[in-house]
Ligand binder design. Structure first.
Ligand code: G3P
Length: 218
């Protein structure tokens, strides 16, 4: 399973990249706002900065909601860097725009997906990735991981090439559950990635190995 980081924070991207296990980055307008990146030009520059920090795909989201607007915006985003993936919302015009991007060789990430039916539409339009928001589904007392399993099953049955990108990850356990469910990618906050390292028995074991080495070697 590929690991993406879900942030527009450059320090966190740098820290995750330095681990050597990062495969890409996803952003959204809320994450850009959180970092105080405002103004169209600054936002575009920020995408280029991120693209130059990592070697994998970087999702950049359109803010238009009409077909023509999304196509124009997406063309501009895709021209910024070869690693840009145009993130398009799951709405009627979004699906039409994804089909246009697919036909014109531009990679897409269909975002704000909350059901298998929506994921099916994204795949039929040729989306490169589909983003089910599992944390937000859990927030509503449904089961986000179950949706991942369902989408993976449908895509496998029909051989769709769209990658299942589990988004809205809230914990390290979510990452493991998504891996079990067969997600192609999990996009995660840095804290959830770092949480995967932790196990008290690792700490206790290492302490003992080092103490025994010291005892034996002075
Ligand atoms: O990038 C989209 C998604 O990961 C958002 O997550 O935490 O705002 O539900 P969250």
């Amino acid at each position: 399973m590929k690991f993406f980081i879900d942030t527009a924070n450059l320090d966190q991207i740098k820290e995750a990249e330095a681990l050597g296990i990062l495969d890409g980055v996803t952003t959204n307008p809320s994450l850009m706002a959180k970092e105080g990146i405002k103004g169209a030009d600054n936002i575009l520059k920020h995408y280029v900065t991120i693209c130059n920090m990592v070697s994998g795909p970087v999702s950049a989201e359109v803010i238009s909601t009409d077909y023509n607007g999304m196509v124009e915006e997406g063309k501009k985003l895709a021209a910024l860097h070869p690693n840009i993936v145009v993130k398009v919302p799951m709405i009627k015009d979004g699906i039409k725009a994804i089909k246009w991007f697919t036909d014109n060789g531009i990679k897409t990430n269909c975002t704000l997906v909350f059901s298998a039916g929506q994921a099916l539409l994204a795949a039929k339009a040729g989306a490169s990735m589909v983003s089910p928001f599992i944390g937000r589904i859990d927030d509503g007392n449904w089961d986000g991981v179950q949706l991942i399993e369902q989408i993976v099953r449908i895509y496998d049955t029909y051989g769709y090439q769209t990658e299942v990108l589990a988004a809205s990850i809230r914990s390290s356990l979510h990452i493991v559950k998504c891996a079990e469910a067969g997600a192609d990618i999990a996009t995660c906050p840095l804290s959830s990635i770092l949480g995967l390292f932790s196990h008290p028995l690792t700490d206790i074991g290492l302490e003992k190995f080092l103490a025994d080495y010291k005892k034996n070697n002075g």
